[in-house]
Design a protein around this ligand. Sequence first.
Ligand SMILES: [Zn+2]
Length: 255
Amino acid sequence: MPELTLIDTHAHLDSTDYNEDRAAVIARTFAAGIGVITVGVDLPSSEAALKLAQRHRFIWAGVGVHPHEAKTFNNEVNEALRKLASDPKVVAIGEIGLDYYRDLSPRKVQRDVLAEQIELANQVDLPVIIHNRESTKDMLAILRAHRPRRGVIHSFLGDLDLAREFMDLGLYLGIGGPLTFKKNDILRDAVTRIPLERILLETDCPYLTPIPYRGKRNEPAYVCYVAEEIARLKGITSEQVARLTTENARGLFNI
Ligand SMILES: [Zn+2]
């Protein structure tokens, strides 16, 4: 394994999409010098994420219940997550958040479950990995009320004003494949102005595949296309983007 040059801070390596060739995907990732934070979306996938992290030196895990699965959260799940979080390879509580686009759990349940998991993150002193889709107003209210100590807004898609609101709360912004999509000029404008010190790279694989592979399954190795697009927007080299965003990820997740 060469030196770690990039970190994909948001992947779903436990996804069934990798059941046929997970080992090959991971081998390509490591061969490219890429480390991965793989996140759970419910208790079983959080356990699966941790197992992957325990088996591989350059994989770390987030554990949490995604807003789609919020209806599966209860006190027992909370305590199970707390137990998982004591493992040194667990570096975040996530993926947690709100999703009013798909509304797969009732909104009130999503809000309560998000708040509880932010409290859990603060108790175990881990950063949060936040999913936010068409729920920004309630998200900001919950973040202001429950104040995660540190964390990232994963797959940030907003404008510069919204980026500033999240940065004012001390949060990082996770930037992924959508940065390369034709329609996302507002996001590109925001990323051009957001300080690199506040940006993390991610794929959200197997979803959100960047150009030139859009339409195919995503994987951590494609995080380099996100780094290249940020470099182009900011007029710097992709090595500079890689170096600083890797430092950001190491600092936030303490890896
Ligand atoms: Zn995700």
